[in-house]
Design a binder for this molecule. Structure first.
Ligand code: ATP
Length: 144
């Protein structure tokens, strides 16, 4: 049965952002299914993560075969390829994932992700830049 509140999270794309996300969730005792199409990335993270599989996430059938419909949440952590990111979100929407998070690299990318059906759009680089700016300013104030 599909549960939106299920602890399981599918993380797609194990680049710098995706691997940290998958690692954090794993340490927080959440069930993580990590997917990347690059066998070298799969090999690289297989020791640290419980389940890492090689698949092209733009292929709805491949995702279904991996059993992702039993997961409540998925995060599309692909950044550089807008096409792969959008097609992956589309596949997740078609499969009926209850909560789809997707990473955008620009405002236009974000608009496309939302219109395709992503429930949450995130901007890791922009959000980290903002946070670090606040951190630096607050540290500067320490010296005044
Ligand atoms: P980061 O900044 O997080 O390192 P990036 O933007 O530099 O990401 P991307 O090209 O977005 O890198 O790729 C992130 C990961 O997503 C890579 O490991 C890549 O193999 C994987 N990826 C890209 N397309 C697909 C796809 N269709 N299916 C599965 N994984 C994919």
């Amino acid at each position: 049965a599909r549960r939106a509140d299920s602890d399981g999270v599918v993380v797609i794309g194990l680049g710098r952002f995706g691997c940290h996300l998958a690692g954090s969730l794993t340490r927080m005792n959440h069930e993580v299914l990590a997917i990347d199409r690059n066998p070298a990335q799969v090999q690289r993270w297989s020791a640290q993560l419980d389940r890492v599989v090689q698949a092209d996430s733009t292929e709805e059938g491949a995702l279904r075969q991996l059993g992702i419909t039993s997961f409540g949440r998925a995060v599309v952590a692909i950044g550089a390829s807008v096409e792969a990111s959008v097609l992956t979100v589309l596949a997740l929407v078609e499969l009926g994932l209850p909560q789809i998070w997707a990473r955008a690299t620009s405002q236009k990318h974000a608009k496309i992700l939302s219109s395709v059906g992503a429930h949450h759009v995130i901007f890791p680089e922009a959000e980290t830049g903002d946070r670090v700016a606040h951190l630096i300013v607050s540290r500067l104030l320490d010296f005044i």
